[in-house]
Design a protein. Structure first.
Length: 370
């Protein structure tokens, strides 16, 4: 089987990690894999897996990106892959236009992944148009069927993201040398109790709620320190706004921005609590939640969206009614005063997620076979 993963880039992010993990799993199983995406920090993992990588920026929102329609059409004619797995809207449109006019028996099967709450539009509808549509949570499956009612429910399959238990082993703690480097880079962290909010700097990710929480904890727990792991989009002034908010709350010295980190496992494992506070829309899946829980680190999150499903399956006591800041404060204070035990869980494992995706691939190929 020859599977092509098509996405915007190989930068750090949830959908990118899913595509790379699929690539590694497929290649290890002996399948041929090609990844079409602009290069990025995850590119080394793709190449190390033995997969081919075409460094084509098919997700760049520029007029010149349209030239990849013809290039992809020629490549598909020459290589004749079995499956195109499309992970984002513009790459999906480029692929769809490249396939236009091909006879049914000469085109690959298409699988689209709904990784989030794409705006409801004709442009976004391409993500609900695959021969199979993978939703990263039941919440996203319901969102897809509600907003694209002509979509056949039988084609929309929930495949929750999974976490490698080898990469995120229960009870893992960072090496002392790592802690020393982290405190060397950010001296304000030394001797503090870290609360971690991982994720891209976007307004809906709950950074304002997190900074307010850190401020409200200070009178009783002044050793608490907020750690925000992630970066803003190029050209965004959002970090400046958040630093201004922290200054107004009087906690600028109690909040650290680390930017993107490849060592996110260590940042979460070194923290007392990991948070997921997406507001509107809620988190589609939120892979840092099962990552932290597999490490044995408590998670507190708003009880909606994909996070609701993960917490219900792994750590129900971490769920807080969305927007209830008083409950968020009390739950955090309670966890800091007496850290709850997070038991090892078989839920949301990487192997199970990969096997479910493979089952989707097999079903669509069987459907199209003569």
């Amino acid at each position: 089987m020859h599977v092509v993963q098509v996405l915007v880039s190989l930068n750090l992010g949830g959908s990118e990690l899913v595509a790379v993990e699929l690539t590694e799993h497929l290649a290890a199983a002996g399948h041929r894999v090609t990844v079409i995406a602009a290069d990025g920090p995850l590119g080394d993992r793709v190449r190390a897996s033995g997969a081919a990588h075409l460094d084509w920026p098919v997700g760049r929102k520029r007029l010149g990106t349209l030239r990849y329609i013809a290039r992809l059409r020629d490549w598909l004619s020459a290589e004749r892959p079995d499956i195109l797995h499309l992970h984002s809207r513009l790459p999906a449109w480029i692929s769809r236009l490249a396939l236009r006019g091909r006879a049914e028996g000469r085109r690959p099967a298409t699988v689209t992944s709904m990784h989030g709450h794409y705006s409801v539009s004709r442009y976004s509808a391409v993500m609900a148009s695959g021969d199979r549509v993978i939703a990263v949570s039941d919440h996203i499956r319901n969102y897809t069927l509600h907003n694209y009612p002509d979509t056949d429910p039988g084609r929309v399959i929930t495949v929750h993201g999974g976490v490698s238990r080898a990469a995120f082993p229960h009870g893992y703690r960072p090496e002392p040398a790592w802690l020393e480097r982290a405190c060397g880079d950010f001296p304000e962290l030394r001797g503090r109790r870290w609360l971690c909010l991982p994720g891209r700097l976007s307004r809906y990710k709950g950074h304002a709620d997190f900074i307010e929480l850190v401020a409200r904890l200070q009178p009783d727990l002044p050793q608490v320190h907020g750690v925000i792991v992630g970066r803003a989009r190029p050209g965004s002034r959002y970090r400046d706004e958040l630093e201004g908010l922290a200054e107004r709350y009087g906690v600028l010295d109690h909040v650290t921005f680390t930017q993107d980190r490849l060592d996110i496992r260590d940042w979460m494992a070194a923290s007392e609590i990991v948070f997921s506070l997406c507001s509107d829309p809620p988190e589609a899946f939120g892979r840092t939640v099962p990552e932290a829980l597999h490490l044995g680190v408590p998670v507190i999150g708003w009880d909606h969206g994909g996070v609701q499903e993960t917490l219900a399956g792994m750590f129900p006591k971490g769920a807080v009614t969305p927007g209830d800041r008083a409950a968020l404060l009390e739950r955090t204070r309670a966890f800091l005063l007496r850290r709850p035990v997070v038991e090892p869980s078989p839920a949301f494992g990487l192997r199970e997620s990969m096997e479910k995706t493979m089952a989707v691939y097999r079903s669509v190929l069987e459907e199209q076979s003569p």
